[in-house]
Write a protein that binds this ligand. Sequence first.
Ligand SMILES: Nc1ncnc2c1ncn2[C@@H]1O[C@H](COP(=O)(O)OP(=O)(O)OP(=O)(O)O)[C@@H](O)[C@H]1O
Length: 244
Amino acid sequence: MSKLGVFDVAVRYGKVPALSDVSFTVEEGERLFISGPNGAGKSSLLKAICGAAPTSHGRIEVDGDVLNGRSPEAIARLGLTMVPEGREIFGTLSVEENLRVGTGIRRDKSAIETDIAEVYQSFPILGERRHSNAGALSGGQQQMLAIGRGLLTNPKLMLVDEPSLGLAPNIVDQVYETLVNLQKDRGLTLIIVEQSSARAARVGGRMVLLRGGKVVGDGDAAKFAESDLLNEAYFGQDNSKETA
Ligand SMILES: Nc1ncnc2c1ncn2[C@@H]1O[C@H](COP(=O)(O)OP(=O)(O)OP(=O)(O)O)[C@@H](O)[C@H]1O
């Protein structure tokens, strides 16, 4: 599982159109960045995929299963997990209690303890602080905790909304190194909202560029970083679709 298809999708908030005519597919194991200026529709796209924002048009599929109209829980059961912007950590719960929040939907309860141990292996600081309040973790550690919690749903496809938000550049490096390693080790399909196209280019992968709720580019992130299309998406008027 984990080939994602987004076909002609639109999302509206009342009268406000947030996305229109959005189409792309993501292959199993691929890393896709979604980039674009503020208000381009990046978060709305992630929310539409994970069932947190209803689509007003179009179809979203994972391996042929149509996601539109399903609840976020039903979509999570298909193997999709979302690491939200702002991380949504429960500050008064311990690190371990936060991790266990992600396990409620799992049927394979016996594997949970092994998976928690694996998360502590990937993020030793979380193991060291497992009994501390999550609110006392640094921003980078909270981001690791949010990713760890997402992993405990045993996902095939992980959606990560702005993992670098509010973090120092060296901590962002660590977060991305962890994500890339997890992807290699687990064969995860990763979709990451990253406003910094330079960062996306450094990490490497494919980029879908949004502007004004539409896809204005789809191609190699490194090539976009060199091309004028990014400037256009952020500052310009040209709204035509191109391929890097
Ligand atoms: N809950 C909401 N109610 C009404 N309008 C919304 C809502 N959420 C988003 N919008 C609007 O939808 C459009 C897309 O917003 P979205 O948050 O998806 O963009 P974004 O690319 O993630 O922006 P940012 O980088 O600033 O987070 C914007 O015009 C925004 O104002």
